[in-house]
Design a protein around this ligand. Structure first.
Ligand SMILES: CC(C)(COP(=O)(O)OP(=O)(O)OC[C@H]1O[C@@H](n2cnc3c(N)ncnc32)[C@H](O)[C@@H]1OP(=O)(O)O)[C@@H](O)C(=O)NCCC(=O)NCCS
Length: 173
């Protein structure tokens, strides 16, 4: 099932190949590299491959991941996704271009993604690992009903070092 069949909010849509240039530009931005462990896609070819991959995933009958593109005036400005679905569990990932921070956009996007994951992917437990310095990321999770579950030691490997993660968990009602 395509996300657009379920979510009619015009702010969210599936990725399309025409997003590839913007995807590269946004993910290579200093703030996104600093605050996430995304290291890919970094070039146009990788971005095009990734977009084809996520679109194929979305078409499967029981997808293990779903990625929404967040758009403003038709242009890609961010993404929210559920990935690594196993049984009733999955992981949440998200990013937004800096120009759009602080307007409540990701709080809203995560709310939509939780609803989609529970209602259309059969997910009950959603996990999100956050870099300890990333207060805004912790906050958007807390505002959506996630609970802090402690420190995951050496969870990430970034720029040649192991880094702790803060664990956040959401359980559907
Ligand atoms: C994290 C991110 C998605 C937040 O998106 P956003 O649309 O700006 O978030 P919102 O506007 O919905 O909410 C941000 C909240 O964090 C708070 N916040 C922002 N910076 C903060 C800081 N340094 N300390 C404490 N709180 C902070 C805001 O005040 C707001 O909370 P409030 O509504 O209670 O005032 C965005 O900053 C981003 O894409 N960052 C880089 C990528 C990233 O971190 N991805 C997540 C990886 S786990």
């Amino acid at each position: 099932m395509q996300v657009t069949e379920v979510l009619t909010d015009l702010q969210y849509r599936d990725f399309k190949l025409a997003d590839a240039m913007q995807l590269v530009s946004h993910l290579n931005a200093r703030e996104i590299q600093r605050d996430t462990t995304i290291s890919f896609p970094l070039n146009l070819k990788d971005a095009q491959w990734w977009i084809s991959y996520v679109n194929d995933c979305a078409k499967r009958s029981n997808p293990t991941e779903h990625h929404f593109a967040i758009q403003v005036d038709g242009k890609l400005v961010g993404s929210v996704a559920l990935i690594n679905k196993v049984e009733h569990r999955a992981e949440l990932g998200y990013w937004l271009a800096k120009d759009y921070w602080g307007q409540g956009m990701m709080t809203d996007a995560i709310g939509h993604m939780l609803e989609y994951g529970v209602e259309h992917m059969g997910i009950h437990r959603i996990f999100a690992p956050v870099l300890p310095h990333n207060k805004a990321s912790s906050r958007v999770l807390e505002k959506n009903g996630f609970e802090a579950g402690g420190v995951l030691k050496d969870y990430f490997y970034k720029d040649g070092s192991y880094i702790n993660a803060l664990s956040y968990v959401y359980l559907s009602k």
